[in-house]
Ligand binder design. Structure first.
Ligand SMILES: Cc1cc2nc3c(=O)[nH]c(=O)nc-3n(C[C@H](O)[C@H](O)[C@H](O)COP(=O)(O)OP(=O)(O)OC[C@H]3O[C@@H](n4cnc5c(N)ncnc54)[C@H](O)[C@@H]3O)c2cc1C
Length: 385
């Protein structure tokens, strides 16, 4: 695949920024479960997180394919874009469905990084993947909505000024279709924390700054509503394709990191008086992961191209996410195996990247749910749930 000079330049620029944040930086953050604020600030300052914001609002107005390259390079450099990726794509819902006033109010700040919009409140503890059963409610009261309920896995909530929140505004038994009656709000967390919004961190196997969020009679201005009341599920769905393509690009980047790391180690490590990489038993798993990664990479670029042409890439975005998350996880496992005992040693970064890569066959959508989408919506098999 030959790339344009612009894309090659983006790759070079991201790589050079990431070189300032080597393994020791990430290991220290990982140990403390600390937010990599310096890294996120550097990405923001360089304008990378504003890649998809149109130029009229202060962003660089790039296509999704270019944004995907940014995320891929971050991961293939050994950094962790999960600390910031949502700043790139959550604003999509505001851009597509927000009023002119909302866009003018928020997008320039999101573009220059003075406003962080990187918390996405969809998942709930009781409903899980069944988003339409979510229980958080927003009830109109004059010029306000009053929000009650709970979200879980709301990542980066402690490091975000704004949250995009999905809540039910009409009870499920009062709407014709269960996809109706959900609405999207842009919640200003700077005002809400301590006045009805409580954030509790969740410690996970990797450094991910995820949280649970409690809403107790939180009053938000009615002007926080994005688009039309009751249409929020449709708005969220349309933003998810971009999110899946970008996360898939991150997985391709992770796979590249694991493959390079394993290849270098297999050339270097000598056992039985020859490099371990001379044994086909060591070579073949690396070569297989390479082929798997390249196939996933093609699907990511194809999905991004469909998106950039204005098409509906539901099928392609889901397949890209499925294939790329499986390719990165296979490469992670292979990389540990190639390193033998050293795969478990913190200083090699393999075990950290291994833990980080594990997430993506579960979130932001699990493999089973993607297969279910393909089975039902692409192959026409009967709906199973
Ligand atoms: C670190 C982390 C960060 C996250 N960040 C965010 C965030 O910022 N915002 C947000 O809203 N959410 C976030 N999530 C939530 C994430 O999107 C969900 O965890 C994911 O969608 C799976 O949902 P669940 O955990 O409720 O699993 P469940 O829905 O409980 O499912 C459990 C398992 O059962 C399977 N399953 C369920 N139903 C079916 C079925 N009908 N057929 C076949 N298999 C089925 C699933 O595939 C899964 O493997 C995050 C999660 C994690 C772990």
């Amino acid at each position: 695949m030959t790339e344009s000079d612009d894309i090659a330049e983006i790759r070079r620029a991201v790589r050079s920024l990431c070189a300032e944040f080597p393994g020791e930086y990430w290991r220290a953050k990982d140990r403390e479960r600390a937010y990599p604020g310096e890294f996120v600030d550097a990405l923001t300052k360089a304008g990378f997180l504003a890649a998809l914001i149109p130029e009229e609002f202060g962003g660089s107005g790039l296509k999704l394919d270019a944004a995907a390259v940014i995320m891929e390079e971050i991961q293939s450099s050994g950094c962790n874009g999960a600390s910031a990726h949502a700043q790139m794509y959550i604003m999509n819902t505001l851009l597509r469905y927000g009023s002119a006033g909302q866009k003018a109010q928020y997008l320039p700040g999101i573009a220059d990084g003075s406003l962080r919009l990187q918390a996405f409140g969809v998942s709930e503890p009781t409903s899980g993947t069944d988003t339409l059963s979510l229980r958080t409610v927003a009830v109109r009261d004059g010029d306000h909505y009053v929000v009650n309920g709970q979200k879980i896995w709301t990542s980066r909530a402690e490091h975000s000024d704004l949250m995009l929140l999905l809540a039910r505004t009409t009870p499920r038994d009062e709407v014709k279709s269960k996809t109706e009656g959900l609405s999207i709000f842009l919640v200003d967390m700077r005002e809400a924390v301590g006045s009805g919004l409580t954030i509790k961190p969740i410690r996970t196997m990797m450094n991910h700054s995820t949280t649970e969020v409690f809403f107790d009679e939180l009053r938000i201005p009615a002007s926080s509503l994005i688009g039309e009341e009751g249409k929020g599920f449709r708005y969220i769905l349309s933003g998810m394709n971009a999110e899946r393509i970008l996360i898939a690009a991150e997985c391709v980047g992770d796979a590249k990191w694991f493959i390079e790391k394993a290849t270098d180690y297999a050339k270097d490590r000598s056992v039985f008086a020859r490099p371990i990489g001379q044994n086909q038993g060591v070579q073949f798993p690396i070569a297989r992961c390479y082929a798997q990664m390249r196939a996933a990479e093609l699907m990511v670029h194809h999905a991004a191209a469909v998106y950039d042409r204005g098409g509906n890439p539901g099928e392609e975005a889901n397949m890209a996410k499925l294939l790329a998350s499986e390719a990165s996880w296979a490469a992670a496992d292979m990389c540990v195996q190639t390193h033998g005992g050293f795969g478990f040693a913190e200083e090699y970064d393999v075990e950290r990247k291994f833990r980080e890569a594990r997430l993506y066959t579960v979130a932001p959508i699990s493999t089973n749910l993607i297969l279910s989408y393909l089975a039902e919506h692409v192959l026409g098999l009967p709906r199973s749930y």
